[in-house]
Design a binder for this molecule. Structure first.
Ligand SMILES: Cc1cc2nc3c(=O)[nH]c(=O)nc-3n(C[C@H](O)[C@H](O)[C@H](O)COP(=O)(O)O)c2cc1C
Length: 329
């Protein structure tokens, strides 16, 4: 039987346990998106006992930037700082991957100086202004931005990348029937809505060689008329067939912590439903506080990995304490 402390082998990487620190924006980068000493310290303080570290969402192009001091990966000049971050973390653990993101219609021209773009010209829940509908040229350009960002991540030494496909950001805007009203090949049908995110996956799988590819899947929009788990199961199977190594299940078109969801493990049921249709490991998340709870969901075979977000922000030693407690120390 597997437990929270069991190792896990994924594409040649050996995870020392099943504890994941999920991506969480710190606002510790510079205004241009460069890594800072504070940002490095934040991760070094938390990484030592983790099985897998996912660095916060980094923007693949300026127009997709979400917040003033978000981490960036949109330009080669950012690689040196990212290298420093990886080198410091690698002194203590592997693998470390970085999440790459484009905010789409959730971006704001006040921050980027550019009118936001999205699949359709409608307000995105949680957005601040009406975006411009993406042309086919825009789609091509953003695809290239994702590809280049992934290459930079590998050049910086990361063990892989996580594509952000949740929480109402661009790729979730494509999969969601609420925000994707396109009538061309990138919308209209379910296959159409899935097309662009899957193109991003395909492209990135090709350029990262044998490194890890994770996808953060917004598996349910949690809004009437939104994407549901039924369609997400079909999407997840496609992710697996395109070479995704781990699916990181989350949800909520309006954000990662829908107000009506409470209690420990609130996205575990969604993750379980995804796990039923794929062979690759699945991460579960949502309100988890106790090591015993995290251990239980692994032992019961509900998910393969457990992510601990806010508790790790609150207590940098969460993973260390969990490991020692479960070992009976
Ligand atoms: C401050 C903060 C920043 C976050 N930033 C990101 C992010 O960059 N990318 C992402 O996919 N999720 C992000 N999330 C969501 C977390 O990864 C996680 O899914 C969520 O907090 C639920 O887990 P928890 O209940 O253990 O905190 C963020 C959450 C918090 C609290």
């Amino acid at each position: 039987m597997q437990s929270l402390l069991s190792t896990l082998k994924v594409r040649g990487f050996q995870l020392k346990n099943r504890i994941v620190m999920p991506p969480m924006a710190t606002e510790l980068a510079t205004e241009e998106g460069h890594v800072t000493d504070e940002l490095i310290e934040h991760y070094v303080n938390r990484c030592k006992y983790l099985g897998l570290l996912i660095i916060e969402h980094s923007y693949v192009s300026i127009e997709g930037k979400i917040s003033p001091r978000q981490l960036g990966i949109y330009n080669d000049k950012l690689i040196d700082g990212l290298k420093q971050l990886v080198n410091e973390v690698h002194k203590y653990m592997k693998p470390v991957v970085i999440q790459i993101n484009h905010g789409g219609g959730k971006a704001s021209s006040k921050i980027t100086g550019i009118k936001p773009i999205a699949p359709s010209p409608i307000m995105v829940p949680g957005g601040v202004e009406e975006p411009k509908e993406m042309t086919l040229e825009d789609i091509e350009r953003v695809l290239e931005a994702f590809e280049k960002a992934a290459k930079r991540a590998i050049e910086a030494g990361f063990d892989g990348v996580e594509i952000h496909g949740a929480h109402g950001f661009l790729l979730n805007q494509f999969t969601s029937p609420i925000t994707n009203k396109r009538l061309d090949a990138y919308g209209r049908t379910m296959e159409g809505r899935f097309r662009f995110p899957l193109e991003v996956v395909e492209k990135i799988r090709k350029v990262i060689g044998n490194k890890l590819l994770l996808y953060r899947l917004g598996a349910d929009d949690m809004m009437p008329g939104g994407l549901t788990i039924k369609e997400s199961r079909i999407f997840a199977a496609k992710l697996e067939s395109l070479g995704v190594d781990i699916i990181d299940v989350s949800g909520g078109l309006c954000g990662s912590r829908p107000a009506h969801l409470t209690g420990q493990g609130y996205f575990i049921p969604l993750a379980e439903k995804i796990r039923e249709v794929v062979e690759i490991p699945v991460i579960g998340v949502g309100g988890i506080k106790d090591p015993e709870f995290a251990d239980k969901v692994i032992r019961e075979g509900r998910v393969d990995l457990v992510a601990i977000g806010r508790e790790m922000l609150r207590d940098p030693k969460w993973a260390e304490k969990a490991v020692n407690k479960l070992k009976g120390k």
